[in-house]
Design a protein around this ligand. Structure first.
Ligand code: DX5
Ligand code: ZN
Length: 220
């Protein structure tokens, strides 16, 4: 599908925000035109970093009307899906690499009436999710190794986006493609051309001194 027919959305990742002023930072990106708020949950096991849990998500829920896009980088998503649902998540995304029961985790998320996402690390092939692509609302392709903001975009992701776009469009699945890691005004455009629907941007938005200009510059 042509990129101008798709509704491209921008999801600032609060990982790069000032955690001591989280509410202000979130309100600021909402006013600056963000479409979703991307929340990176890290447990120090699945990735070598720790962020925050459902309590902080619930607090964020109170300060914005934007959809909360919760990206679980944790080894035991099944244990925490209900807690993040209660906290007000609109999307819950689990990693394929986090365990053997991806289908069960997707079912659990959908039973809670939350949109279900699946994320793939850079080394994981799209082929591994062809059986569940028709069941999910969002496919999150990592364009860096998960764990940290501010890393360099992995160019090979572009071909992965093209393959995903073809699979989704040819089967007419109702699944959006989100790209996460190393997104800026240049890499973001390449992702949109390749077929992305949602761009996550941490450093590019939060380390800029003009959130509105940064978000606008990511749009096609
Ligand atoms: C990385 C996270 C990303 C991160 C992206 O593991 O999933 O959401 O915040 O940060 P940037 O946009 O700085 O690469
Ligand atoms: Zn993320």
């Amino acid at each position: 599908m042509a990129e101008n027919k798709r509704n491209i959305k921008i999801a600032p990742s609060v990982l790069s925000a000032d955690f001591a002023r989280l509410a202000d930072s979130i309100k600021a990106v909402e006013e600056a035109g963000a479409d979703l708020i991307h929340l990176d949950i890290m447990d120090g096991h699945f990735v070598p970093n720790i962020t925050f849990g459902p309590g902080v998500v619930a607090a964020i829920r109170k300060v914005t009307r934007l959809p909360l896009d919760v990206h679980l980088m944790i080894t035991d998503p099944a244990m925490f899906i209900p807690r993040f649902a209660e906290s007000g998540a609109d999307y819950i995304t689990v990693h394929l690499e986090s365990g053997p029961h991806l289908h069960r985790n997707i079912q659990s998320i959908k039973k809670l009436n939350i949109k279900a996402g699946v994320s793939l690390n850079p080394h994981t092939s799209i082929i591994q999710i062809t059986e569940i692509l028709g069941d999910i609302d969002l496919l999150l392709l990592m364009s860096v190794n998960p764990g940290f903001g501010g890393q360099e975009f992995i160019e090979r992701t572009l071909e992965k986006i093209r393959v995903a776009r073809r699979l989704i469009d040819s089967a007419k699945y109702n699944c959006v493609i989100e790209i996460d890691g190393g997104i800026n005004d240049k890499t973001g455009k390449l992702c949109i051309e390749a077929g992305a629907d949602i761009l996550v941007a941490g450093n590019y938005v939060f380390k800029s001194n003009d959130f509105k200009a940064a978000i606008a510059s990511l749009r096609p």
